[in-house]
Design a protein around this ligand. Structure first.
Ligand code: GAR
Length: 204
């Protein structure tokens, strides 16, 4: 499995997918190549973005399968067929089962719009606003069996401003995501991220 052969998983708008595809086009993913988009929502805007970027897409509806495991087994078969070595979750709104986690242990990463472990799960930006924190941000982490619980690879802060709404704060958080995720994916694709228990180091 080569770290440089990447599949991006996304369920919605796909603005992070687009930022990653643009980074690859601009030579900012190092040797990293986005070989495949996987989406659980064939009608989602991200599918259109993949088409426009000329990236192959595997679009499957989980409800067309008898179980979550069978849905994921179909994905794993395609990933293996394409020799994918790194899975990048970018707004993929499903929990992953051992069918995918086991063959790709330590090779799946996610981006989350908060400073984990604060505000895991859904609506992280709304949760941060409701709590009244002054600083929130973005986390890129390895994926384990839990909900946003895997080892942290990188984090960046975003200040909450007086009068912020979910929309305003989300806009600033997204901008930070579009810068951070390609940087981390590049380091991963080049085999520069070391994992030791819960600790990670990005080698220069
Ligand atoms: C991103 O903000 C990402 O951090 C978040 O979904 C958004 C997807 O936007 N992910 C999670 O909340 C994961 N728990 P996009 O589809 O425009 O890239």
């Amino acid at each position: 499995m080569q770290w440089s052969r990447i599949a991006v998983f996304a369920s919605g708008q796909g603005s992070n997918f687009a930022a990653l595809a643009e980074a690859e086009r601009a030579g900012q993913l190092g040797g990293g190549r986005i070989e495949l988009l996987v989406s659980d929502r064939p009608e989602a805007p991200v599918a259109k973005r993949a088409e426009e970027a000329g990236i192959p897409a595997l679009l499957l509806r989980p409800k067309d399968f008898a179980s979550r495991e069978l849905y994921e087994a179909e994905i794993v078969a395609e990933l293996q067929r394409r020799d994918i070595g790194l899975i990048v979750l970018a707004g993929y709104m499903r929990l992953i089962t051992p069918v995918l986690l086991t063959p790709y242990a330590g090779r799946i990463v996610n981006i989350h719009p908060s400073l984990l472990p604060a505000f895991a799960g859904k609506d992280a930006i709304g949760q941060a606003l409701d709590y009244g924190v002054k600083l929130t941000g973005v986390t890129v982490h390895f994926v384990d069996g839990g909900m946003d619980t895997g080892p942290v690879i990188a984090q960046r802060c975003v200040a909450v401003e007086p009068g912020d709404t979910v929309e305003l704060l989300a806009e600033r958080i997204h901008k930070v995501e579009y810068g951070l995720y390609p940087e981390v994916v590049r380091a991963l694709a080049e085999g520069k991220v070391e994992l030791d228990g819960r600790k990670t180091v990005i080698r220069e």
